[in-house]
Design a protein around this ligand. Structure first.
Ligand code: PLP
Length: 409
């Protein structure tokens, strides 16, 4: 018999979202007529916008002609398409802060996070925000970069957890931290909805520089920042090019969760001990493990970066942010303290002294609304619930109405 990979065996049973799905289905088995509304998983709900659809339709038509067809991206037409997209991201997204050859197009930020683990290997030490998007922790565990799970602390041995709570304005106390090779950092943050200020990111970059660490900056929700004083990319911070790489995605701002298109930006200056460029090894990993993002999705991304596409992106983001406002207002009316939901699509609600899963169950049973228990994102998420603004407006309004109903005395 083949031995099970011991690193996978370290993971406690059930990834967060399958467990939520299991509880959801269990309720439906007991109450088949329940009309359950999900404000739980960060999946997008609104249709693709017209300019994007036109871009995707044109892509399919182009691929249906002898002149336009391209296969793997190493053929000349595939190369030209890829180059166009890198150049447009460099110009329109990064405003020249990152050059086209520093952008690596992929099928999404989550997949890149997984491949980054392969890039850095099992020997690195890692710090993660707590709470955090689960792939940073679980990916590190699968890659063998952690010890066993300690059920007492709800943590993996060998991983450094950076508590981010209302008490520290969701920014870790860096003075109290040991050095690690990698620091995962997500802003706007999933799940807390917190957005780091320019000053905080300056501090983070200086900390990484002092320690010779690399920041893996997840900016998947950058487009949700509407306050121009807040940084949308780590590369807005001076010195970040020497200590950070950035993963990003079109999943949330333009509804490409199913179409799939993301990227990782790795500056030329980012190097390993001894001077080997990180980007060169990333290129090697990608060429080995990945065969290119869908060319149709790349055409879609090009359309998204047209002026019409960017305007539509603003509308899509605006729609979800209005949902966030409605949720936040509803929860505030209920007397709850909330965070986030202003420059990010997640509202993080406090339930002091309660267990997240108990509150999750209470809301699911009482209001037939699915949320996400904060403890599923890390020990510092205990006592919080994440409400996602990804949903149809009518569902969001109905969910808020039900929450108010179900908590009536
Ligand atoms: N990064 C964060 C912080 C996320 O919350 C998500 C999705 O929920 C992703 C990345 C995944 O992005 P993608 O769809 O590009 O894989």
């Amino acid at each position: 018999m083949v031995k099970r990979n011991p690193n996978i065996a370290k993971l406690p049973a059930g990834y967060l979202f399958p467990e939520i799905g299991r509880r959801w289905r269990a309720l439906l088995e007991r109450q088949p007529d329940a009309k359950i509304i999900s404000l739980g998983i960060g999946n997008t709900t609104e249709p693709l916008t017209p300019h994007l659809v036109e871009g995707l339709r044109n892509a399919a038509q182009t691929l249906g002609t002898a002149e336009g067809y391209s296969g793997y991206d190493d053929d000349p037409k595939g190369q030209a398409l890829l180059q166009n997209l890198k150049t447009k991201l460099s110009d329109k997204w990064y405003h020249g802060r990152v050059s086209p050859e520093e952008v690596f197009i992929s099928d999404g930020a989550k997949c890149d996070c997984g491949r980054l683990q392969m890039l850095f290997g099992a020997e690195v030490t890692i710090a993660v925000q707590d709470p955090a998007y689960p792939v940073y922790v679980d990916g590190s565990v699968i890659a063998g970069a952690t010890g066993a799970h300690d059920p007492e602390r709800g943590q993996f041995d060998g991983l450094v957890y950076l508590p981010c709570t209302p008490a520290n304005a969701f920014f870790p106390d860096l003075s109290a931290l040991p050095r690690t090779d990698l620091i995962y950092f997500c802003s706007p943050n999933n799940p807390t909805g917190a957005v780091s200020t320019r000053e905080q990111l300056r501090e983070l970059v200086a900390f990484a520089k002092r320690n010779g660490s690399i920041i893996i900056f997840d900016a998947a929700y950058a487009a949700f920042i509407r306050d121009d004083s807040l940084p949308r990319s780590i590369f807005e911070i001076e010195g970040a090019r020497e200590v950070a790489l950035e993963v990003n995605s079109f999943s949330k701002p333009i509804g490409f969760t199913g179409v799939r298109l993301g990227w990782t930006a790795i500056p030329r200056e980012l190097a390993f001990e001894g001077g080997a460029p990180v980007g060169k090894d990333w290129s090697r990993v990608m060429n080995t493990l990945f065969n290119g993002a869908s060319n149709i999705a790349q055409y879609g991304a090009l359309a998204a970066l047209d002026d019409e596409g960017l305007a539509e992106m603003g509308e899509t983001v605006g729609y979800y942010m209005e949902n966030a406002r409605i949720i936040k207002e509803g929860l505030t009316d209920l007397g709850l303290t909330t965070h986030g939901g202003v420059n990010s699509p997640y509202v993080w609600a406090e339930f002091p002294g309660r267990k997240s899963w108990d509150v999750f169950t209470e809301i699911l049973e009482g209001a037939h609304v699915v949320t996400t228990p904060g403890s599923g994102f890390g020990p510092s998420g205990e006592g919080f619930i994440r409400f996602s603004a990804f949903g149809h407006r009518s569902d969001v309004e109905e969910a808020v109405r039900r929450l108010k109903e179900s908590t009536k005395p």
